[in-house]
Write a protein that binds this ligand. Structure first.
Ligand code: ATP
Ligand code: MG
Length: 258
């Protein structure tokens, strides 16, 4: 186990993770440590294994070999719901929101709040809307102009906030993975999303941020894990590194020298 300088134990650790798809080795003996209250960025070229690594972490894929621990206890996850149950969730670039439903309906999709009246169960729309509003504001610092419109009419950044609010509301979320959260956003919305990431870090979550934007990575991350061809090429402290150094690690020493 690699302890941080202050001796704090990682919240989640992956060890020697290998993932093969038939004859393709997507990951080979990859380690990862993420700490509570930090943003760990994962960078690497297309096909380097970033998405596969976090899909293993979020229970979507089962590793061919290797182990994962949460708070030092071994995890065995057969599905994404197993990961959610222990507080590990992900928000993907292709947001799985129902466009025609309003933010609250999206947040509570599949776990709607109900109330009973004369022995019948009804959806408690009022409470869902209030809860959605509360989580968006208290946890994410986001206030939407209207809570009663379909998410299709929201901006990309607001849609993202709704997707994150859904992850934050359910279970006792401890690890949040974000795969390319700013890829489809303009500069202003990107800035808002980066602020939101910092807000969540302050709440003690471990945030794992996959990004192709080194500007974003250097703006919000504490450490950067570089993936190259299915392996971990290295990990640096953001404050004591540079975009140039990280780029060199992404392409590899040979390519950088050429
Ligand atoms: N379901 C799959 N079946 C077969 N091969 C896969 C599958 N998923 C990923 N791979 C392969 O595994 C390798 C790693 O892919 P992965 O999607 O993890 O890369 P990535 O770093 O997320 O890339 P990008 O930056 O393009 O999103 C690639 O060679 C890819 O083709
Ligand atoms: Mg990917």
């Amino acid at each position: 186990m690699t302890l941080k300088a202050d001796g704090v134990r990682p919240l989640v650790s992956m060890r020697e993770i290998t993932k093969k798809f038939g004859g393709v080795t997507a990951l080979e003996n990859v380690d990862l440590d993420a700490y509570a209250g930090e943003v760990l960025a994962i960078v690497g070229d297309n096909g380097a294994g970033k998405s596969t690594l976090i899909k293993v972490l979020t229970g979507v894929y089962q590793p061919t070999s290797g182990s994962i621990t949460l708070d030092g206890a071994p995890l065995s996850m057969g599905s994404h719901s197993d990961a959610i149950a222990v507080g590990i969730d992900a928000v993907y670039q292709t947001l799985a929101l129902a466009d025609h439903l309003d933010p609250a309906a999206n947040m509570f999709l599949g776990s709607e709040l109900t109330k009973s009246f004369l022995g019948f169960k009804f959806l408690d729309n009022k409470r869902m809307r209030m809860e959605a509003e509360r989580v968006l504001f208290e946890r994410l610092g986001v206030r939407l102009k209207s809570m009663s419109v379909g998410t299709e009419s929201l901006s990309g950044g607001q849609r993202q906030a709704v997707a994150i609010a859904r992850a934050v509301y359910h279970a006792d979320l401890r690890v949040l993975v974000m795969d390319e959260p700013t890829a489809a956003l303009g500069p202003q919305e990107t800035a808002r999303t980066l602020t939101l990431i910092k807000t969540l870090r302050q709440q003690g979550l471990a945030i794992i941020l996959i990004s192709h934007s080194l500007d974003d990575v250097f703006a919000v991350s504490d450490r950067i894990q570089v993936m190259r061809r299915g392996r971990r090429a290295g990990v640096v402290q953001t404050a004591s590194s540079s975009q140039q150094e990280v780029l060199g690690m992404i392409v590899g020493a040979d390519a950088a020298a050429a």
